[in-house]
Design a protein around this ligand. Structure first.
Ligand SMILES: C[S@@+](CC[C@H](N)C(=O)[O-])C[C@H]1O[C@@H](n2cnc3c(N)ncnc32)[C@H](O)[C@@H]1O
Length: 260
């Protein structure tokens, strides 16, 4: 099991030396987005989601809730985030209360198949499906919770062209037992087979590589009091292995937009 961190908000406060409510938006951006590309990656997804006030998006695998809060702040919509890791759901709710967004953003500890609500206006998965063995069932279950015409945006890690697997541990898997990588082409076809029409499919690997380079420089020159690697078990090694796997072609990152 990979996502074992508990009491994430207390860890942030210990490392930062202050209450999360006192951290700036910029400081939180480096903590609550558990994926490559940070908030800039979520910015790339937002236009395709076609969200606005009065609409509600479903964030599947919402982690600490950074993408959900960013989408709510940017578009004015509501967001329901769901995740199978209870401690992450608790952290997401606490960070959302500190950001004063609890009236529009909430989190539920559940797999998507068991979510009681439906009819969402859009959905997203950001660095989630690499933990999911049955991807067709996963995206079929997401489709079942959307209204017709709803958008789906994905920003996902895929198997690269290099046959050697990436070095473990990785941000999404400590021992490999919960890593299920598929190629970008296969993932796109699987999402279509789950009931979605393709709008856009893009290989964002080079862009993510540049983001990692900029992150490395920032951490080396002006390290913040607390950054995501410090929150995760073996975090720096996992992030480094991900960056190396990207640069060596062992993994890619694909971004896609679909319509139900
Ligand atoms: C790498 S984190 C990404 C979190 C968030 N999407 C983000 O980008 O900040 C992966 C998240 O997916 C969740 N997850 C993994 N498999 C899942 C599943 N089948 N259903 C819902 N959540 C899942 C994990 O608990 C974890 O919070």
């Amino acid at each position: 099991m990979t996502y074992t961190e508990s009491d994430i908000v207390r860890t942030v406060e210990q490392l930062a030396g202050q209450d999360v409510a006192k951290l700036s938006r910029q400081e939180l951006d480096g903590i609550d987005q558990f994926h490559a590309g940070g908030p800039q990656a979520v910015d790339r997804l937002i236009p395709g989601l076609r969200l606005g006030p009065g609409m509600t998006a479903l964030d599947v695998g919402s982690g600490f809730g950074g993408p959900a809060r960013q989408i709510a702040r940017t578009t004015g919509c509501g967001v329901v985030g769901i995740d199978i890791t209870a401690a992450y759901v608790a952290a997401a709710a606490e960070l959302t209360a500190a950001a004063d967004l609890s009236d529009r953003v909430r989190f539920v500890h559940t797999p998507v198949a068991d979510l009681a609500e439906g009819g969402f206006d859009a959905a997203l998965t950001v660095h989630v499906q690499m933990n999911v063995a049955d991807k067709r069932a996963f995206y079929t279950d997401i489709a079942a919770h959307l209204r017709p015409g709803a958008r789906l945006a994905v920003f996902e890690v895929c198997q690269g062209r290099r046959s050697t697997p990436p070095q473990l541990p990785l941000p999404w898997s400590l021992d490999g037992s919960d890593s299920f990588l598929t190629t970008g082409d296969a993932l796109c076809r699987t999402i279509e087979a789950a009931g979605f029409d393709l709008v856009e499919w893009s290989d964002d690997t080079a862009w993510v590589g540049e983001w990692f380079t900029a992150l490395g420089k920032r951490l080396a020159t002006a390290p913040p009091a607390v950054a995501l690697p410090a929150l995760l078990a073996d975090g720096p090694t996992r992030m480094l292995n991900y960056a190396i796997a990207l640069s060596e072609g062992a993994v890619t990152v694909h971004r896609g937009t679909f319509t139900k």
